[in-house]
Design a protein around this ligand. Structure first.
Ligand SMILES: [Zn+2]
Length: 134
């Protein structure tokens, strides 16, 4: 399924293309070819460069990308992070809806930690090198 792209890159077209290339690369590595991925270039609140909402039951995710503070060398990290959130969305939502309210903050923190740990695992570099050799 092709990526849907929307929004305004505000003169940062080259950086936007790097983001799209990274999303395509990781979509294939994550086996998400059947997902409907909607990317919107826009301002994101707070200090976030990307923000994701997902409907994994429909294989759909919407990723907002704010190019203002995005550092090119971190694009792959951010993309891995957001796609992991999309994949886990259904499970983390279920856990949050079943948990007593006093545990919701803890669950949110655990999800962030899990996603960040996987995003930073050293196997990514090995995987990229192996893919380039093909
Ligand atoms: Zn996150």
């Amino acid at each position: 399924m092709p990526l849907q792209v929307d929004g305004n890159t505000r003169g940062r077209k080259r950086l936007a293309n790097k983001v799209l290339a990274s999303i395509k690369k990781h979509r294939d590595l994550f086996g998400m070819q059947g997902w409907d991925i909607v990317i919107t270039f826009k301002e994101v609140e707070g200090d976030m460069c990307m923000e994701t909402v997902a409907e994994p039951e429909y294989y759909k995710t919407m990723i907002d990308v704010d190019l203002r503070g995005l550092v090119e060398s971190d694009i792959d990290l951010y993309v891995r992070h957001e796609l992991l959130h999309a994949i886990l969305w259904m499970y983390t939502n279920l856990a949050e809806s079943l948990a007593p309210s006093r545990h919701k903050k803890l669950l949110g923190g655990m999800e962030e930690r899990l996603v960040t740990d996987i995003e930073r695992m050293p196997f990514w570099d090995i995987l990229y090198k192996a893919k380039r050799r093909k």
